[in-house]
Every structure is written in structure tokens, then in C-alpha cells.
Ligand binder design. Structure first.
Ligand code: NDP
Length: 338
């Protein structure tokens, strides 16, 4: 299948790209600069121009950003849209988080409808952020499924960067389902809704300082920052990036995935467990917390549960263990020079 993958320089997208190529798909990936394209090309020295090429999209928040990128020869049959800001280091929540997420998503759907009628299926990386209801806290007794939606409002979105991020994912995903309903395009849609994504780095990274947001807690524990107190875990569900990437690819390969949301989660984790795994696998590591160090545990009153059966049944995903994920992540940090 000829696939357009957006945001190829990202943590998750780099794994999606690996699996697309492994499965024999032909890929064009969008990046913000030629320099980023070159780094991806260097990581895939054996891929031909036909198997892997690039389109530059500097800012997905601009109107018509994807107008050129959706046109290719041979034409695209599927699109995987992963590009969206995921960091909290913003001063203008509207411009830096909400606009790129929402305009980026509606923009690519409009460009496909207008100029790429050969596209039959679109997969969008959404998030548990669009499912969770943060006002319910840990919500013991509630089971999150694909039927849940974050009820966040625009006003609440502007209150803090984390709220802004969660809202950006919620509004963008809602806008994508609304688009399909109202515009009745030629394509079907799947959304992939992961919670915290952990796992090895395969994208270009010049230093662990610029590590993607979701792996930072592993880095921080590994670098000794949890020695005296383990930070609160906050969210208690995770998935390995390799399982998540395979879910994206399966969503374009499996007919039964069309027009569905997928809550792609492996299960529970806590920061304390991350620290324990690092200690077991890398016993030489300095300044790790001990078993009696406070913090980082599950809440005493319990926490929501989850239903990941659709991902297992429709996409055929068998989830990796937290142990293997943390072990492989730390190993990848060492090769970046930690
Ligand atoms: P990264 O920060 O590694 O990737 C984000 C990607 O989006 C990068 O390629 C980035 O390009 C691109 N991007 C961001 N803003 C723009 C913009 N304005 N114009 C063009 N490109 C842009 O994070 P992840 O890989 O973790 O995130 C990928 C997707 O997965 C996002 O949609 C995120 O919301 C979602 N997600 C991630 C989770 C996680 O725990 N990691 C959990 C749930 C969902 P550049 O690097 O050049 O800035």
C-alpha cells in the first residue's frame, strides 16, 4: 500500500515507519525540514526512493499545509497522521497546542478530500487524553473503553499546558469524526488512542535533553532524579511504542478496523515499578530509589480499569511487558549517550 505518514521525525512515527517498511508498504513521510528528512534517510540506508521518500510540511497549523503533500505518484491509498505537538513547554496554548492539533487534523482531511480521492483509509493518532475524564480523578470502579470521551471545554483547555494538551487531542479527534460524518469523504477513519507511550528510541536524537515527553520519566529515574522521592505516577496506563506502531499499521491493513476507535493500552504501570525494573536490569545504575523510598506508587483507594479487548481482537496485538519495555528503553538511552 502507498502510505503518507505525517511527522516522521517523531518518537512514535519512527516506529510506525519501521513497521510500514517491514510490511512492504511504500511510504512518503512529512517532516519540517530537509535536515530531518536526511536523518531519517540515514537510518534507512537500504530503502529505495520508491520505498521511502519525503515531503516537507513546516507547520501543520497553516491553512492548506498538506495540499501538496497528499499528492503523489503513484497516488496514496492510506494516510497515517501522527504529527501533533506533545510537550508542555508553551506560552500560548491556543497557538502552540490547540491550533496545530485541530487545524492539522482537519487540514489534512480537507486536503485528502480535495486532492487525493485514491485514499481509502485514514488513521489518526489520538490519545487516552480524549477518553479520560480528569475531573473524576482516579475513578475507582470505572472501566474506560472506546465509548468514553473527555468532556473538557475550550475554557478549561486554556487553564494549563497539560489541560491544553489533553484538549488538543480531544478536539482534534472529535473534529475528525465530525468531518467524516458531515463531509462523507471517500475514506474511512480509525483513531488510535494510547495512554502513556514508553519504549526504545529509534528516531534521531542529538541528546537525551531533547527526549520525547512520555519517556522523560524513565530518563529522570535512570539519571538519579528519584533518589529521595519518586514522583507521583499521575496516569496509570501505558503501552509499548512498538505495539502502538503495529496497531497503526494493522489499522490500515485490517478491514474490520475501519470506522473504529482503538484504546491501545497494555495495562497498568507505576513510577515505582519503573525504578524497580531499572534496578534489576541495570544494577550498576547510581542513585536509584530503594524499595522504601516514598512516592510513585498506586493510589491506596484504587484506580480506574480499562478494556483493551478491541485492540487485541481486531488488530491482533499481543502487548509487551513493562519489564521488557523499560529494559529496552534504557538500553536505547545508553546508545544516545546517557
Ligand atoms: P514527538 O514529540 O516525538 O512527535 C511529535 C511529532 O509531531 C514530531 O514529528 C513533530 O515534529 C511533529 N509536530 C508537532 N507540531 C508540529 C507542527 N506545528 N508542524 C509540523 N509538525 C509538528 O511525540 P510522540 O511521538 O510521542 O507523539 C506523536 C503523536 O502521538 C502525537 O499525536 C501525540 O499526541 C500522540 N500521543 C503520544 C503519546 C505518548 O505518550 N508519547 C500518548 C498519546 C498520544 P518536530 O519534531 O519537527 O517538532
Amino acid at each position: 500500500t502507498r502510505v503518507l505518514l505525517t511527522g516522521g521525525s517523531g518518537f512514535i512515527a519512527a516506529h510506525v515507519l519501521d513497521i510500514l517498511l517491514e510490511h512492504g508498504h511504500s511510504v512518503v513521510t512529512t517532516v519540517r525540514s530537509q535536515e530531518k528528512a536526511n536523518k531519517i534517510k540515514e537510518a534507512h540506508p537500504d530503502a529505495s526512493e520508491k520505498q521511502l521518500s519525503f515531503a516537507i510540511v513546516e507547520d501543520i497549523a497553516q491553512d492548506g499545509a498538506f495540499d501538496k503533500a497528499v499528492i503523489s505518484d503513484p497516488p496514496f491509498e492510506a494516510v497515517i497522521h501522527t504529527a501533533s505537538p506533545f510537550h508542555f513547554n508553551v506560552t500560548d496554548i491556543q497557538k502552540e497546542l490547540l491550533d496545530p492539533a485541530v487545524i492539522g487534523t482537519t487540514g489534512i482531511l480537507k486536503s485528502i478530500k480535495k486532492s487525493a480521492p485514491s485514499v481509502k483509509h485514514v488513521v489518526i493518532t489520538s490519545s487516552f487524553a480524549s477518553i479520560v475524564n480528569p475531573s473524576k480523578g482516579n475513578w475507582p470502579g470505572h472501566k474506560y473503553t472506546e465509548a468514553d470521551w473527555n468532556p473538557i471545554t475550550h475554557e478549561e483547555a486554556l487553564q494549563s499546558p497539560p489541560a491544553g494538551y489533553r484538549a488538543s487531542k480531544t478536539f482534534a479527534e472529535k473534529a475528525s469524526w465530525d468531518f467524516v460524518e458531515k463531509e462523507k469523504p471517500n475514506f474511512t477513519l480509525s483513531t488510535i488512542n494510547p495512554p502513556l507511550v514508553l519504549g526504545p528510541i529509534v528516531h534521531y536524537l542529538n541528546s537525551l535533553e531533547s527526549l520525547n515527553t512520555s519517556n522523560q520519566r524513565i530518563r529522570d529515574i535512570y539519571q538519579g532524579k528519584a533518589k529521595d522521592e519518586i514522583p507521583e505516577t499521575g496516569t496509570f496506563l501505558w503501552v509499548d511504542v512498538r505495539d502502538l506502531a503495529l496497531s497503526h499499521v494493522k489499522a490500515i491493513e485490517v478491514d474490520a478496523a475501519k470506522n473504529k476507535r482503538f484504546f491501545v493500552t497494555a495495562g497498568y504501570f507505576s513510577n515505582k515499578e519503573i525504578a524497580q525494573i531499572i534496578k534489576k536490569e541495570y544494577p550498576q545504575t547510581k542513585d536509584l530509589p530503594s524499595d522504601s523510598t516514598p512516592g510513585g506508587d498506586y493510589p491506596k483507594d484504587g484506580v480506574y480499569s480499562y478494556d483493551n479487548s478491541r485492540t487485541k481482537e481486531v488488530l491482533g496485538i499481543q502487548f509487551k511487558s513493562l519489564h521488557d519495555s523499560i529494559k529496552d528503553t534504557v538500553k536505547s538511552f545508553q546508545s544516545v549517550g546517557a
